[in-house]
Write a protein of this length. Sequence first.
Length: 146
Amino acid sequence: MVIGIFGESCVGKTTLAEKVSKAINARIYTGKDYLRLAKNENMAEKMFETLLQEAVVGDSIIYVISEKEHLKLLPEGAIRILVTADLDLIKDRFAARIHGKLPAPIEKMLEKKHGCFDEEKHDFHVNSQEDDNSDIVDQIMAFIHN
């Protein structure tokens, strides 16, 4: 089984991925982790696509995506989870991640990217400031077992 968890930076994708991973014993790949599969980027991407394709009916893999271009790597049959948060919460979390005040260029970048995943096809939508992740994990498990 393949689960794609995608959304902007600092919305809670990795936290959700870790909780789901514990429930289904899945390997987690994030962003361009797949580059470790080969020395050549194109070859690594193709190998990762094959790995994901095979995992649809085999091993469990969770792919955490922060860049829209990586959505194309999700195979048909993958469970797609969109994670969102308020822009102010994203800014607060990003500032905490860099241990201080958010620089103006980063703030502008976050503002520009905000909402960029909102129209993408998904099976679940998690709003990280509204939803309890344990509840969404239960919903995902129910969806998987049906």
